[in-house]
Design a protein around this ligand. Structure first.
Ligand code: ZN
Length: 218
């Protein structure tokens, strides 16, 4: 870790960190799972990211677990975008479908927040369809909570909340490592949200490439 930091700091372009000495100016707040396979770098072309992403991570990308931190990104730093990012084969989702009471108290408390999204899932299943359905339900569930919480900012047009799944297993057949867009400001029907003003500047082929295609049956 120390060697990597030494290399990183020595490879930074001159002056790279000068502008961030006293403040941060991220354009996006990201709430995602702490799973090590979810890489924030998967969304950023900048090889030397400095202060552009405010990241909150917890098991199962849950708003309620760290809502104060999300508030800080949205309401204090005023990022215009909040991304709620689930991912394929999320271990938190699988664990929450099982009898997890023997885990540590605090982990149990965090997994308790996932009991609604995992409802109906076979406990601990490896079935990718069921598992992905629960991952998607969790993204929509967290989106509903966020849209309620940040309703004033969304109504003002100062915040957009989007819900995605990062697919490192290629379960959507879009290509391994792609991100799929499921929800925009609480709207889960892609026929509706693709017509929203928020999507106007995006090339049509890009929009097509990030939609889930044939929806996962819920
Ligand atoms: Zn996860």
């Amino acid at each position: 870790m120390l060697e990597d930091n030494k290399s990183f700091s020595e490879e930074l372009p001159p002056g790279q960190l000068d502008s961030i000495q006293y403040e941060q100016n991220p354009y996006i707040t990201v709430l995602t799972c702490c799973d090590s396979r979810v890489r924030i770098r998967a969304f950023l072309a900048d090889p030397h990211p400095t202060d552009n992403v405010f990241v909150i991570r917890n098991v199962g990308n849950q708003l309620a677990v760290t809502s104060g931190s999300v508030d800080y990104g949205v309401r204090h730093l005023k990022t215009p975008l909040l991304l709620i990012l689930g991912h394929t084969r999320c271990g938190a989702i699988k664990a929450a479908s099982t009898d997890y009471r023997k885990l540590s108290l605090h982990l149990v408390q965090e997994l308790n927040g996932l009991h609604i999204p995992v409802r109906g899932m076979d406990p601990g299943t490896d079935d990718d369809v069921q598992w992905l359905q629960a991952v998607e339900r969790n993204v929509h569930y967290q989106m509903d909570l966020a849209v309620q919480r940040y309703a004033p900012e969304i109504a003002e047009g100062t915040l957009a909340v989007i819900g995605c799944v990062y697919d490192f297993a290629n379960l959507y057949k879009k290509g391994i490592g792609k991100t799929v867009l499921l929800n925009v400001n609480g709207e889960s029907n892609s026929d509706v949200f693709t017509k929203s003003d928020l999507m106007d500047d995006l090339p049509a082929d890009l929009v097509d490439s990030v939609l889930p295609g044939s929806p996962v049956p819920q």
